[in-house]
Design a protein around this ligand. Structure first.
Ligand code: MN
Length: 318
């Protein structure tokens, strides 16, 4: 498949869905394709299924048309998943996916096994939105569609910062920019902007962070009672581990928060000399060489001690 148009012939109904807890790339790719079908294939009845996206994406068009529940009764001619790395990550619409006459998976995760009948997976591309763009007719990408795709691209590349950013990424971003979208507003309001309390918490975590192994490993943490005190949830903690990683001289960074008593979610980031995916996999999680995560039970110091040993072993070349 080179163009989405190739498989839309004689199709009357299309379902679209992303992964659980949708991020910017998931929301952007699902809404980008939904808006594209609505605009250029009005004869097709298209539905988009997503877990309720975060408020920061409310500037995108068509958000009030998202279906946040799926009865599973509808039999679609074609069901398309976007940014979904495996079938168990598909949100809401599993039954519709199984019932559909044809299925298409558009994704950018290397680990994707190709669970649909047709799979268009480019494992080394920075975002699902970038993969999706290459399947569309460029002249048909209107400003609302471009806003959705641009949102996904900036979120999954850290605003064109991660190593997955290529000249093609920037060329596509340039084409999207030419539709006249307000890139400054999109980047600030959906990516960088924090609430007052989110900034307070980030400040506190940074102030109380621990730097060990001669400055090679930095650890930030938040206890359950502190999360209660600030009245925050996990989605208020985005960006903290990335900020820790930017500490001069560190090889790796860890941020852990206690989501329930003695239960921690752990995020790891590396600057290249530590493969954090190996550590995450050891503790039952997953991820990439530079970014990975897992969950662990125990006291704060149990978690810190356990993970630190693995970081130290990798740094000493054992
Ligand atoms: Mn993605």
């Amino acid at each position: 498949m080179n163009r989405i148009a190739d498989i839309l012939e004689n199709i009357k109904t299309v379902g679209i869905a992303g992964h659980v807890r949708p991020d910017g790339d998931c929301v952007g790719s699902c809404m980008g394709l939904y808006l594209y079908l609505k605009e250029w294939y009005p004869q097709i009845e298209a539905d988009v299924y997503l877990d309720r996206p975060r408020e920061v994406f409310s500037y995108l068009s068509g958000m009030d048309e998202i279906r946040t529940e799926c009865s599973g009764e509808k039999e679609y001619d074609l069901f398309i998943t976007l940014d979904v790395s495996s079938l168990d990550r598909l949100a809401l619409a599993g039954t519709c996916f199984e019932k559909a006459k044809n299925t298409l998976c558009i994704d950018h995760h290397v680990s994707n096994p190709g669970f649909a009948k047709i799979n268009h997976i480019e494992g080394d591309v920075g975002s699902a939105c970038e993969v999706l763009y290459t399947l569309l007719e460029p002249e048909k990408v209107t400003r609302p569609i471009a806003e959705a795709l641009y949102t996904g691209m900036i979120h999954d590349t850290g605003v064109f910062q991660y190593s997955s950013t290529t000249p093609r990424t920037m060329r596509i971003a340039a084409c999207l920019m030419e539709t006249g979208l307000d890139f400054k507003r999109i980047i600030e309001s959906s990516f960088y902007e924090k609430t007052y309390v989110q900034n307070q918490v980030m400040g506190r975590v940074l102030a109380e962070s621990i730097l060990i192994m001669d400055g090679a490993f930095i650890i930030g943490y938040l206890k359950h009672k502190d999360m209660d005190f600030y009245g925050i949830t996990s989605k208020d903690l985005d960006g903290i581990v990335s900020q820790l990683r930017l500490t001069k001289g560190v090889a790796a960074a860890m941020f852990l928060y206690e989501y329930a008593s003695q239960s921690f979610k752990v995020s790891l980031r590396s600057n290249g000399n530590v493969d954090v995916s190996k550590i995450a996999v050891y503790f039952g999680g997953g991820g990439h060489m530079y970014a990975a995560g897992f969950e662990m039970q125990g006291t704060l110091y149990d978690v810190i001690n356990n993970v630190s040993q693995h970081v130290e072993r990798q740094l000493s070349g054992e």
